[in-house]
Design a protein around this ligand. Structure first.
Ligand code: ZN
Length: 267
């Protein structure tokens, strides 16, 4: 199986899956999301793979969905078409990463914005470099109710999640670690090595024990209402797509929204 938007590398029992569109700040296009889903399915099915790293080649983890493609190919989508597209590629694909029966570590540098934030937070552990920054500015830039998977309060706590979402601001890797969203912050030059070190350490444990443990941890989230809250927000998010604010930004061209987002995120 070949990939055009991802880089797949094996290091013993560890598979590293990297966004590989550095020229587009690793924007997640339709093709990239389909490949990511396939790569996680293959890694889950391959007994030689015990731990997965999700990263990004170049200066950034991912700046979010590919809005240029969205404008070009899906600008005229009906409510039903958008719902079908987003329930599959944004909601189900994201939850598929969370439910991958092997530990997944996100390796994050540079921009980790909107959909990038959503995907990174589907991973079990996050290791970030000092230059990493996080935001979900879409209430400001697109007039949408956050991204599709509202993982934010679960990983940030309510106060920080509200501040981040309401202001559209970004926060640093050091702040993310203080909050507990990020496990470790390391120098950029050490990011790959430190992430690999942890992955190899995890890979020494029994794959079956890890699989069961991850099921229990995911069930703990669900007992707290995670699955229901995520499903409810997805439907709410769809409503924001047909609201006046989103429609007028869409009609004005997502290009302007992209520029605004770039300005806000500083990249
Ligand atoms: Zn959406």
């Amino acid at each position: 199986m070949t990939y055009t938007t991802l880089a797949i590398e094996d290091f013993g029992a560890v598979r590293r899956i990297s966004h590989n569109r550095p020229e587009a700040r690793n924007a997640e296009s339709k093709e990239l999301l389909d490949e990511l889903h396939r790569a996680f399915t293959e890694a889950a099915d391959d007994d030689n793979v015990r731990v997965i790293i999700l990263g990004g080649k170049g200066d950034h983890f991912s700046a979010g969905h590919d809005l240029k493609q969205a404008q070009r190919e899906r600008g005229n989508f009906t409510v039903e078409e958008r719902w079908d597209f987003e329930v599959k590629r944004y909601l189900e694909y994201s939850l598929h990463i969370l439910h991958t029966p092997k530990p997944v570590i996100a390796q994050v540098q540079g921009a980790c914005i909107a959909a990038g934030f959503m995907v990174a937070n589907m991973c079990d552990i996050i290791i970030a470099s000092e230059d990493a920054f996080f935001s979900d500015p879409v209430a400001h830039s697109l007039g949408a109710a956050a991204v599709e998977v509202l993982v934010h309060p679960w990983v940030l706590g309510q106060r920080k999640a509200r501040e981040m979402l309401f202001t559209g601001g970004k926060f640093t890797a050091a702040e993310a670690k203080d909050i507990g969203m990020v496990n470790h912050v390391v120098p950029r030059a050490d990011l790959e090595d430190r992430t690999m070190e942890m992955a190899q350490k995890i890979a020494l444990a029994s794959p079956f024990a890890l699989r069961l443990l991850k099921r229990s941890l995911n069930r703990t989230l669900d007992m707290q209402g995670f699955g229901t809250a995520i499903a409810a927000h997805f439907d709410t998010h769809q409503l924001s797509h047909v609201a006046t604010a989103f429609q007028s930004i869409s009609d004005g061209g997502l290009e302007n929204a992209i520029l605004k987002e770039k300005k806000a995120s500083g990249v």
